[in-house]
Ligand binder design. Structure first.
Ligand code: ARG
Length: 564
């Protein structure tokens, strides 16, 4: 509709393109001010005319051209040109579009590949709240891109290589046992790792031992690698529980260790391209010219490092998946790291450096959230999810004790609440955590949107109506129905905007907007007691909204229970 109107306006103004008008065209805050509005001030500057005058002239010309087909009226108010749509036509158009399968789906991504690098926890360390964010954001972006037709390759770039494994081997041999690790899993690994660091303060020789073990790993020592494999397995069991709770999956778990032996080739290429420099025994690519510290490629002992393994990974992915874009979702503290890696790829002469995108996010703080910590002062993602589920179950017990499948529902509500809370603001904003906000059923929360979904379902069940039936738009004449259809119309644009900006929050907000518009409709327009024709149309609308809420939530990675 916006495009259509822009094109029509452009017919009547010179020296301005449809796209320019499209960018200027606004949706006013309330319908009384029009359905669309063009502020004529920018146009006025371009064609050197008074904006009030332009608005009045356009009103005359466009009304004459339209003759009531698309607009019931057009108004010129103080330099604004306000369009009032012919609601009947508009609602018919939107509803028939929205009823089609795959509404909001787009083929912009057809034939294109996006690599997504997200979650990527560090083996033998706990899956903490920061990893929860990359997992949630990454999963949502994956779903959004898939909806737009992209082929998405989901990669878990596990932190499974580095000197910390040398430390862990030493610590394991000194202070733990197979039984203990098997019994307590990652918690035990973390315990001995923390212990190592404390002991190494007192006895620095421990660090030499650790380095020696890591060197053995790099040289392929069997005993060292077997332990490392095992630590990895133990950790994966722990992560798998979190992924299962979140409903998150990956196409590949290819960790840093995989790239270790590709680093020499990267070094050689850098050398051959004249980019590599020796610096106190290490090899670096200087980036001073670009106002960054040098990018470390190999350490003194020749071993690889986080940066060079990322360089190797980017080259590998490009060769293997021919990506059009490669996205990295990590905390914003890694901004410099990715800037360095991308710069080196650019200096190597690869034009596709432009398609590497770092997608940073802010910190999580746990305001007033009392969470028991297991080891040290560390908060496990799993504990937060479990706590949310527990609290949801308590609320359900209180409000709806007869609900069937209470546990299952509590899981969807609790996990959904955490995901929604994470995705409700721009990524870069810090997430501050309070249970009141996370589980607030009335505010802008996951449970609020889920509850609206369940309510729509319950109306349909009561009426024994099919969830998707043709809607006679002519019978939907109430203001709240019109407002609801307008929100329905926004869906495809929101999906695209979320993808373009790498911002799931666009869809989280949309979910709330849609739920609120539906609740207003539900309040204003009786459904089950309306006369037959109107009732059918309203049930049809209810079914459509129910489907759109489910889809929107699915794009965020949230499941909606049928009843709550
Ligand atoms: N393992 C890293 C961490 O926990 C994140 C890895 C991100 N991906 C990458 N290709 N560097 O901080």
């Amino acid at each position: 509709m916006k495009k259509k109107i822009s094109a029509k306006i452009a017919n009547h103004v010179e020296n301005i393109t449809v796209d320019e008008i499209y960018d200027l065209l606004e949706i006013p805050p309330t319908t009384e001010m029009g359905d669309f509005s063009l502020p004529c001030f920018t146009v006025a500057k371009k064609i050197r005319k008074d904006p009030v005058q332009i608005a009045m002239e356009l009103k005359e010309q466009m009304e004459a051209a339209d003759n009531g087909a698309e607009f019931i009226r057009i108004e010129a108010v103080n330099g604004y040109l306000n369009f009032y749509l012919n609601r009947k036509e508009y609602m018919k158009d939107i509803l028939s579009l929205a009823m089609q399968d795959g509404y909001g789906t787009d083929m912009e991504g057809a034939g294109k590949v996006i690599c997504m690098d997200y979650s990527s926890p560090n083996i033998a360390k706990n899956f903490h709240v920061g990893h929860l964010r990359t997992t949630i954001i990454g999963n949502s972006l994956y779903k959004i891109y898939a909806k737009l037709g992209y082929q998405v390759v989901r990669i878990n770039h596990l932190g499974d290589w580095g000197t910390q494994f040398g430390k862990l081997i030493v610590a394991y041999q000194k202070w733990s046992s197979r039984d203990q690790v098997e019994a307590k899993g990652i918690e035990e690994l973390l315990r001995i790792y923390v212990l190592f660091n404390i002991e190494a303060e007192k006895e620095p020789a421990l660090n030499d031992e650790a380095r020696a073990w890591f060197a053995k790993m790099e040289k392929g020592n069997r005993e060292a690698l077997a332990l490392w494999e095992w630590f990895k397995e133990i950790s994966m069991v722990d992560y798998a529980r979190v992924y299962q709770l979140l409903g998150v999956d990956f196409d590949f778990y290819i960790g840093e260790s995989f790239y270790m032996d590709q680093v020499p080739a990267v070094s050689a290429e850098l050398e051959q391209k004249g980019l590599l420099q020796e610096s106190e025994g290490t090899n670096i690519v200087p980036l001073e010219q670009y106002h960054m510290p040098p990018c470390l490629i190999t350490k003194k002992d020749g071993s690889s490092i986080y940066h060079s393994r990322d360089l190797a990974a980017a080259l590998y992915r490009r060769k293997e998946y021919h990506f059009d874009k490669c996205l990295y979702v990590t905390g914003m503290e890694q901004k410099l790291h990715f800037a360095q890696v991308f710069k080196v790829i650019e200096l190597m002469g690869y034009e596709w450096y432009e398609n590497l995108v770092h997608i940073p996010y802010g910190l999580v703080s746990l305001e007033g959230a009392k969470l028991s910590t297991r080891t040290g002062n560390i908060i496990y993602a799993e504990d937060i999810l479990k706590e949310a589920i527990k609290r949801s179950l308590e609320i359900i017990e209180q409000k709806n004790p007869d609900l069937p499948e209470k546990e299952k529902t509590a899981e969807k509500v609790g996990v959904g609440a955490i995901i929604f809370h994470d995705l409700y603001n721009q990524r870069i904003k810090n997430v501050s955590f309070s249970w009141e906000n996370v589980l607030n059923f009335d505010g802008a929360s996951g449970p609020y949107v889920q509850y609206t979904y369940a309510r729509a379902g319950s109306i349909l069940r009561k009426a024994k109506a099919d969830s998707l039936t043709a809607i006679d738009a002519e019978l939907l004449t109430a203001q709240a129905e019109y407002e609801l259809v307008k929100v329905i119309a926004l869906y495809p644009g929101k999906v695209k905007e979320a993808a373009e900006r790498y911002e799931p929050f666009i869809l989280a907000r949309y979910g709330v907007e849609l739920a609120a518009a539906f609740n207003k409709f539900y309040q204003d327009c009786p459904i089950l007691t309306a006369e037959d024709g109107v009732k059918a149309a309203r049930l049809g609308l209810t079914g459509l909204v129910q489907k759109l809420i489910r889809e929107t939530m699915d794009l965020l990675g949230i499941e909606c229970p049928e009843a709550m």
